[in-house]
Write a protein that binds this ligand. Structure first.
Ligand SMILES: N=CN[C@@H](CCC(=O)O)C(=O)O
Length: 335
């Protein structure tokens, strides 16, 4: 496939720190030589990255998410391979090639009156690559684990999965924002609006929405339709751990009778280095619980983790956090 850089052991070997007597996940993870071989693999999960932050810039946001995939890989490939991690159940596919779009984005003058629209055109190019790849993976009966990148990539994920299952896809989005902004140029704040417009989005559950960052026109919309259910973060603050889990469960139950995708925007996590970093949000371990709970769902078709921006903080911490999220989602039952 054009626009996809496949990984193999040679491309990642230098990232793996070997140690005698131990096996690192990077030493056992699976690869494929050709996209068409996906269905031949016994692995259930297919991991790939989208190293771009054009959609975030097109949404007036803080860049840096293009570095999340690299941070993730550096950490993920070095976790221990043991009875819990089960590396052979994961194909490390590679990354969407965003180099051309990233270079073109860097060459647009930010004084250009069409600066944001031009970034939006580049986002559309990435949308095409993402939706094509996700459709291929889901059609092969595998579960993509997608590391962004901006939340603009939700559109490609939803479109690709919806085309694979031939019906609108339900979504559970752990996020401080709805990303239901206006249908203007494409950006990280309107992926769900475009998915809805094009008939790819079924029921939409938003968990952890921040009152302060949701425009009134979006509240008016989400309160007036029956396919959207939201839980405000402010209503969860005083809840116990069990209360928050019960609230999350009620969101799951809203969407889990049909195939659904799980979206995690890292700006929902307190103080997490992300494009819209916030001093208020879910504890990281709480989010790990949400992922563990969702991993048991038979109808879950993909996981997308986005908007982590390691540039302004320790990439190691971000890489470790993303790795915890992935392993929580693919965990083997305790033996
Ligand atoms: N995906 C993020 N969407 C947010 C971004 C907010 C921000 O960058 O400050 C939104 O559009 O509201």
């Amino acid at each position: 496939m054009d626009g996809l850089k496949l990984s193999n052991y040679k491309t990642i070997e230098k990232l793996v720190s070997k140690r005698e007597g131990e096996t690192r996940l990077g030493e056992k993870i699976s690869f494929i030589e050709n996209l068409e071989d996906i269905s031949k693999s016994k692995a259930k999960f297919v991991l790939f990255g989208i190293p771009e932050d054009i959609g975030i810039r097109a949404n007036h946001g803080k860049p840096g998410a293009s570095k999340a995939w690299e941070a993730c890989l550096n950490s993920f490939l070095n976790i221990q391979e043991n009875e819990f991690t089960n590396a052979e159940n994961i194909i490390l596919l590679g990354e969407i090639d965003c180099k051309t779009e990233m270079q073109k984005a860097a060459n647009i003058d930010d004084e250009d009156p069409n600066y944001y629209a031009k970034l939006g055109d580049l986002v559309e190019k990435i949308d095409e690559k993402v939706s094509f790849l996700v459709e291929k993976i889901v059609s092969a009966g595998k579960i993509p684990i997608i590391i962004g990148g901006g939340h603009n990539n939700a559109f490609g994920n939803i479109k690709g999965t919806s085309k694979a299952i031939k019906k609108p896809l339900n979504i559970l989005n752990i996020d401080a924002h709805t990303d239901l902004r206006k249908l203007e140029h494409r950006h990280s704040g309107n992926g769900f609006s475009f998915a809805q417009r094009d008939g790819f989005l079924g029921k939409y559950a938003i968990f952890g929405l921040h009152k302060n960052y949701t425009p009134q026109y979006i509240f008016d919309e989400i309160k007036s339709v029956s396919n959207i259910k939201f839980h405000l973060f402010e209503d969860l603050i005083l809840q116990t751990h069990q209360g928050k889990m019960a609230a999350f469960n009620s969101q799951l139950e809203f969407i889990n009778k049909q195939p659904f995708g799980l979206e995690l925007d890292c700006d929902a996590i307190i103080n997490f280095p992300s494009s819209a970093q916030s001093p208020s949000g879910f504890a990281l371990n709480m989010v790990r619980n949400f992922l563990q709970l969702t991993s048991e769902e038979k109808n879950c078709k993909y996981l997308h983790i986005c908007e982590a921006a390691p540039s302004s903080a320790s990439p190691v911490q971000v890489g470790k956090a993303l790795s915890f999220f992935i392993t929580d989602f693919i965990k083997e039952p305790y033996k």
